[in-house]
Design a protein around this ligand. Structure first.
Ligand code: BGC
Length: 247
């Protein structure tokens, strides 16, 4: 049995809990601290330290980060301060927290949790996780194996970045009805169908809890589309799985 502290970095909050990585259960309650603005590396490392202190944690930590992460290095930061780009996130957070920290893309983390413990469990073939939040995150699995750092939210659709049209932020910013927003999500999912022919598309992010409000507008999508079962726990659980997937 391994317990790992999972931290999920979102556009508005940094959320953490200790996770039993064998079962995906939370061992503690969740603790949330607002994402600092500007969301600079130093300010966020300090919040990570506060989260670690809150749990009096000394073990391994996995962090889900909303950008491309290659070997611990942050390569993109669409919705955070641009000074993150090319920062060694593993090193920065490890030094700030005083424990071993491994970073992973936030959607890759959420997808791992759903494939291990949720709606994607035991599904063979190509499975895509999409998180609809401040941005759109994506994760691709082939027979349960992650293909990391896909960035489907940055696909250009009709001259616009997909996440500016179909994220839950876009719904709020553009004051879209469920029907109008559902049509945007549908157009995006049909692109996924066309390009990847997935068996299953799992939809995550807080808005996936309200799947029944927009699922009527997703007709015509060929893949099976299901809301995430882990909801917004997935980011924390998947982040906690990350240190073990890194060996
Ligand atoms: C980022 C992705 C991230 C997603 C969800 C996008 O803007 O580029 O890396 O997974 O937002 O946070």
């Amino acid at each position: 049995m391994t317990h790992v502290l999972g931290i999920d970095i979102g556009g508005s909050g940094m959320k953490a809990a200790v996770v039993d990585t064998a079962t995906g259960d939370f061992v503690t309650s969740k603790h949330r601290i607002k994402t600092p603005r500007p969301a600079t590396p130093e300010a966020m490392a300090d919040v990570a330290r506060q989260l670690v202190d809150h749990f009096e944690w000394t073990g391994q930590v996995g962090v889900g980060f909303p950008g491309v992460i290659q070997n611990g290095i942050v390569r993109t930061a669409a919705n955070l301060d641009k000074s993150w780009i090319d920062v060694d996130g593993d090193r920065l957070f490890t030094d700030a927290c005083g424990c071993d920290v491994v970073m992973i893309n936030d959607a890759d983390a959420a997808g791992l949790a759903e494939v291990r413990f949720g709606v994607g469990e035991d599904v063979r073939g190509v499975v895509i996780m999409l998180t609809l939040g401040t941005g759109i995150g994506s994760a691709v699995f082939v027979d349960g194996q992650l293909v990391p750092n896909t960035e489907f939210g940055h696909l250009i659709m009709d001259g616009e970045i997909a996440e500016d049209r179909a994220s839950s932020r876009a719904k709020d910013d553009r004051e879209l009805s469920w029907e109008a927003w559902g049509a945007e999500v549908r157009a995006f999912l049909m692109e996924m169908d066309k390009l990847f022919w997935p068996e299953l598309i799992m939809l995550g992010g807080g808005i996936s809890k309200q799947f029944e409000h927009f699922s009527p507008y997703l007709e015509g999508v060929r893949a099976s589309v299901k809301p995430a079962e882990q909801f917004n726990r997935a980011g924390i659980v998947g982040a906690a799985l990350c240190p073990s997937t890194h060996g």
